[in-house]
Design a protein. Structure first.
Length: 405
């Protein structure tokens, strides 16, 4: 039994230890492989989620801003109408009082003064009509411009999120920029023109500034590269290599400035020795810096590279590589780009047309209302001067005769 135990310890135990180590290494390699693959998919989902969230937020914010503008112009118009009607009622009340005072005039001089006061009230009423219409018309004419600015801001922000450059219809219609062919996603290109363009159904054309998926991924920090940041930092104090470079650089500086403390001149031999020492120190510092940079580059390349797939002893892969399908994502994103740009064109045209139509219709209504008010208002001055004044003069004439007798 002792011989068997000794034989097992000498022969089987090393084999068992090697197999355990190999199994542990295989598990670690498998864990790195699967963790990196899961991290890439998680990052892709996070990037797409953040991007779509930004698009939704921009879309909702623009709708809310347009809605606030529409409610604002209508509320302002309503308030202005109420203020005008109240002011007009006050002026009408003042005119009624002035007309009443005309009928109570005791002499021709007083009568003339009160008639002039009533006519001034009439002029004030007419001026109020015109001022209200002018202010309302000016406000209405500015509203489509406000809507246009908001839609243009939305266009710029959306184009930024989609990584396209907005162009006007006149630009896209020029022979130099018209596409010669397009694919199902609406991506078009012209011969001799490298920049791809997105063609939307409404007729707009938007040059692609970058590939959207590539730009989104490049702008996002990779979790598997986070540990490289402190290594790449020039201020890191934990790197012995950087410390060595700093020490050698300091040595070179000291060697350069070496001189006798008493200020005596160096001999030719001493000068040559000092120059050689300084050159050697500088060369050592440069070599150490290059070595440190190479180490950082190697660490970065190792972190960027995808971990190797674990294999069996026969070389059979034990895991399946499932990379994020970049071509599928890019194609889908192009469809989203075209769809969103088309929706923006349609929405902008609809909102701008609605603002223009509403502004023009209300302005026409105000113009017709002003004409109607003026037609009804102008004869009132003649009635005050003729009817009311003549009645009062007729009443004053007998009194003047009696006083004369």
């Amino acid at each position: 039994a002792d011989e068997v135990d000794s034989l097992l310890e000498q022969e089987a135990q090393p084999v068992l230890s090697r197999r355990r180590e190999a199994a542990a290494q295989l598990l670690q390699q498998t864990a790195r492989f699967l963790e990196r693959q899961a991290a890439e998919w998680q990052l892709a989902v996070q990037v797409l989620s953040n991007w779509l969230t930004s698009l939704v937020a921009l879309f909702e914010d623009n709708k809310a801003r347009i809605k606030r503008s529409d409610a604002g112009i209508k509320a302002t118009s309503k308030a202005a109408r109420q203020e005008f009607e109240q002011a007009d009622a006050d002026k009408e009340a003042a005119l009624d009082a002035a007309i009443l005072s005309v009928t109570e005039g005791s002499s021709e001089k007083v009568l003339d003064e009160r008639v002039e006061a009533a006519l001034r009230d009439l002029s004030a009423i007419e001026a109020g009509y015109r001022a209200y219409t002018a202010a309302s018309t000016e406000r209405l004419r500015q509203y489509p411009g406000v809507v246009k600015q908001q839609l243009e801001m939305y266009r710029q922000c959306l184009s930024g999120l989609l990584h396209v450059q907005p162009t006007t219809h006149s630009q896209t219609g020029s022979p130099q920029q018209q596409p010669q062919h397009s694919d199902a996603a609406g991506v078009a290109s012209s011969p001799g023109q490298r920049q791809q363009q997105l063609e939307v159904p409404q007729g707009g054309s938007y040059p692609l500034l970058h590939d959207l998926w590539t730009a989104l991924m490049e702008a996002t920090d990779k979790p598997w590269l986070q540990h490289l940041k402190p290594v790449a930092s020039p201020c890191t104090d934990t790197s012995s290599t950087v410390e060595g470079v700093s020490d050698q650089t300091a040595t070179a500086s000291v060697a350069k400035s070496a001189a006798p403390a008493n200020g005596a001149k160096l001999t030719a031999k001493q000068q040559a020795e000092a120059a050689a020492a300084a050159a050697a120190a500088e060369a050592a510092a440069a070599a150490a810096a290059a070595e440190a940079e190479a180490a950082r580059a190697a660490a970065y390349a190792a972190a960027v590279a995808f971990p190797s797939c674990p294999t069996s002893e026969e070389g059979t892969p034990l895991c399946q590589r499932l990379p994020v399908p970049t071509d599928v994502v890019q194609s889908s994103l192009q469809l989203v780009q075209v769809s969103l740009l088309g929706e923006m064109e349609s929405y902008s045209s609809r909102v701008q047309g609605s603002a223009d139509t509403w502004s023009e219709s209300v302005e026409q209504m105000l113009t017709e209302e002003l004409d109607s008010r003026l037609r009804a208002h102008r004869p009132r001055a003649g009635r005050i001067e003729e009817e009311v004044t003549q009645q009062q003069l007729s009443a004053l004439t007998p009194q003047c005769v009696i006083h004369a007798i």
